[in-house]
Design a protein around this ligand. Structure first.
Ligand code: AMP
Length: 286
């Protein structure tokens, strides 16, 4: 694996590879890598000639400064895991590389997506996500961008970013399923911050989502949401939201017609650590 810190050096290398006919697959991350991230690298390795992973903890997307300060950094282990997954290139830009003094902040028209769920509870978060992803895409210019379903709403936001910027003509989006621990907990870099008791009760998110999936029936969904939220609170978690939404546009559902494609989404604090998860509800259980 080759490591680049400067976008110009990376571009130089990628230009030569692309001239030789290789297509680039790109996996942007904030590091503290786990099997979920690596599944995206593996997916890219099977589909594209050259896989680029980036690690950059993007200050612009943290609406809570304490969350940014405590974000785990495990660079040596990350490099080991990426080498093991045969990732071709690691891009490790500095803050100045992504946001140089001449960087002009853009505002992205995200509409409804920015007012609901993560958009509502983390003001400014998705603008920050768009800022960094737009910068990285301009630098890496991939053919395929690999994202995880774990961040369901983020996938929609980035899909919108691609169409807003016209990048959708050159970049295809591929979304990979959420990788889970054996007890169902969605893998997340933030799980590293959980102590043993918090780790144990973190599975409540998966259980609450499963409860909704197993009990959803045509008609009102309010009761299901209340019971699922109660399951979280019983475990000492504080939910920001437990919602059922249209899987294609995230409009919130109060009555399910039995055929609409829907997704359950949850965000909850486990003491200091905010966790999110989601589950498509029309699919049979894994
Ligand atoms: P992050 O480092 O949290 O910004 O995540 C980088 C990419 O990995 C995003 O596209 C995430 O959706 C994806 N990702 C994070 N956790 C998982 C997981 N458990 N399974 C699959 N993809 C994931």
């Amino acid at each position: 694996m080759i490591l680049f810190k400067k976008a110009t050096d990376l571009r130089h290398y990628l230009d030569a590879q692309e001239k030789a006919g290789l297509k680039t697959g790109f996996v942007p991350t904030m590091g503290a890598l786990h099997a979920g991230h690596i599944s995206l690298v593996t997916e890219s390795k099977t589909r594209t000639g050259l896989t680029v992973c980036s690690i950059f903890v993007n200050p612009a997307q943290f609406n809570d400064p304490a969350d940014f300060d405590k974000y785990p950094i495990t660079l040596d282990k990350d490099i080991y895991l990426l080498e093991k997954a045969r990732c071709d290139v690691l891009f490790l830009p500095s803050k100045e590389e992504i946001y140089p003094p001449e960087y002009k902040k853009e505002t992205y028209e995200l509409g409804y997506l920015e007012t609901v769920l993560e958009g509502k509870y983390r003001p400014g978060h998705f603008q920050g996500v768009c800022m960094v992803v737009h910068r990285l895409l301009d630098m890496v210019k991939p053919s395929i961008l690999y994202l995880g379903q774990k961040d369901y709403q983020q996938c929609m936001v980035i899909s919108r970013l691609l169409s807003l910027t016209g990048l959708d003509t050159t970049i295809k989006l591929r979304i990979s399923p959420t990788v889970r621990e054996t007890d169902g907990l969605a893998m997340s870099s933030r799980n590293m911050r959980l102590n043993a008791a918090e780790r144990e009760r973190a599975t409540a998110l998966f259980k609450a989502l499963n409860y909704i999936r197993e009990n959803i029936a045509p008609g009102p969904v309010e009761k299901l949401k209340i019971t699922a939220a109660a399951m979280l609170m019983e475990k000492g978690l504080q939910p920001d939201y437990v919602e059922v939404a249209d899987a294609d546009d995230l409009s919130l559902i109060s009555n399910w017609d039995g055929s609409q494609k829907i997704v359950a989404l949850v965000a909850a604090y486990n003491n200091e650590v905010r966790l999110i998860d989601n589950m498509l509800l029309n699919e049979p259980s894994l």
